[in-house]
Design a protein around this ligand. Structure first.
Ligand code: ADP
Ligand code: MG
Length: 393
């Protein structure tokens, strides 16, 4: 029988009404002659009762920093709860299911707590249930390492669980159910008129996800791409086709616009740094601070770092006597589309659109399918709106 992975995000499992929708989607899959394997996230979001954030609020910051094993253990608990809650809904609808942890479902990971990677699969147990027509309900976002401790895949990691299971169980497709109609031309929370993207490539969605669009996790896309597994992104509450992610590109110069806040721009002038000017990037790399939007000129170097690394950078610069200028509260806007290759004037149109709207462009950069602009955080939403208007509407 053809296997299909169905993944439901936090809001999708949050209420009885939503869970009824999930039961219907599972029934529909079975009626199509396919076998569903279900992945769930923790119930709700932010401060909701059983959400991962709420659970993390129960332990101290110091513990979190120094006890990775315990912290990952706690972070897995939200998903345990939702597997059983959904299994109970299916039971009430006379559908047999079994709640499984990520480890029981066979996802064996490395030891990087909080950002683990699958290194092996053990499908024995999950296959026993599949062979008996019992639907596995798998706790998303987690695995187990070879020392038998729970590990987690990082925020949004349930998408990765879905694609890993699709990969190892040879599923025909992965369906990611969420609270929007699919991948949209921009985050609908910022651009309410954003439109559904009907198709885009693994590469396009990877860029979008990496650059801040929360809708699918970037690691998940890479896994699906390895075996060409089609990924559908759909709305739990609607019977729509959603977005199809495959090798086929959107062919659009700009298929979607996304953003990432909490970027910090650093400018290092040669005249202020006689001794270390040529070694600065090397010093930063050796100290594992990741850089972005790097522009090197004869007389200055400009790059951005994440807010998380700000303190570390300032300390490092102090230790090496590096003089720098800093601009806090920046946002990186990304316009993505494989069809932009070879089309002239995309960057100039972006620039003129922003300038016309009195938005200061702090920096730009581009690659074959992305253009990035750095703007002040306060300009971020307006920048996305006017660029959406110029390129998509
Ligand atoms: P889930 O809990 O179902 O995994 P997420 O919160 O991880 O849901 O992802 C869905 C959210 O992603 C949407 O509510 C939307 O606000 C946000 N989002 C950001 N960019 C986009 C985009 N380009 N298309 C669709 N949704 C987006
Ligand atoms: Mg998500």
């Amino acid at each position: 029988m053809k296997k299909v992975i169905l993944k439901f995000g936090g809001t999708s499992v949050a209420t009885n009404e939503n869970r009824k929708k999930i039961v219907n989607i599972i029934k529909k899959t079975i009626n199509n002659g396919e076998f569903p394997i279900v992945v769930v996230s923790a119930i709700g979001r932010g401060g909701d009762n059983y959400s991962t954030d709420t659970l993390l609020g129960l332990i101290s910051e110091k513990y979190k920093k120094n006890n990775k094993i315990g912290t990952d253990f706690l972070m897995c608990c939200g998903e345990f709860i939702s597997t059983v809650v959904l299994s109970s809904c299916l039971y009430d609808n006379e559908i047999d299911s079994i709640p499984l942890t990520g480890g029981q479902a066979g996802l064996i990971t490395d030891n990087v707590y909080g950002n683990a990677k699958a290194i092996k699969y053990d499908n024995n147990l999950i296959n026993k249930f599949i062979n008996k027509n019992i639907i596995p309900i798998v706790a998303g976002f987690q695995g187990i390492n070879e020392e038998l401790f729970f590990t987690t895949f990082g925020r949004g990691g349930s998408d990765t669980t879905a694609c890993l299971l699709g990969y190892t169980l040879d599923a025909t497709r992965v369906e990611i159910y969420t609270d929007v109609d699919g991948v949209m031309t921009a985050d609908p929370r910022i651009v309410p008129s954003a439109k559904l993207v009907s198709k885009l490539s693994y590469n396009e969605i990877f860029q979008l996800a990496e650059m801040g669009a929360k809708v699918v996790h970037p690691k998940a896309v890479l896994v699906a791409k390895q075996k060409n597994i089609k990924v559908y992104v759909k709305n739990t509450m609607k019977d729509n086709i959603g977005t199809i992610i495959s090798n086929e590109s959107s062919n659009k110069p700009v298929v979607s616009i996304t953003s990432m806040s909490n970027r910090v721009q650093i400018i290092i002038n040669k005249k202020d740094n006689k001794n270390e000017y040529y070694n600065i990037l090397d010093i930063i790399a050796k100290n594992k601070i990741s850089l972005d939007l790097i522009s090197i000129f004869a007389d200055r170097q400009i790059f951005t770092i994440s807010l998380e690394d700000r303190e570390k950078f300032v300390e490092l610069a102090h230790n090496y006597n590096i003089k720098f200028n800093i601009k806090d509260n920046c946002s990186k806007i990304s316009l993505i589309g494989e069809g932009m290759k070879g089309i002239p004037g995309v960057m100039s149109k972006i620039y003129s659109t922003l300038v016309k709207n009195n938005i200061e462009v702090l920096q730009t950069s581009d690659s074959h399918m992305s253009i990035w602009c750095l703007v002040d955080d306060n300009d971020k939403d307006l920048a996305i709106k006017v660029l959406h208007e110029a390129f998509i509407v």
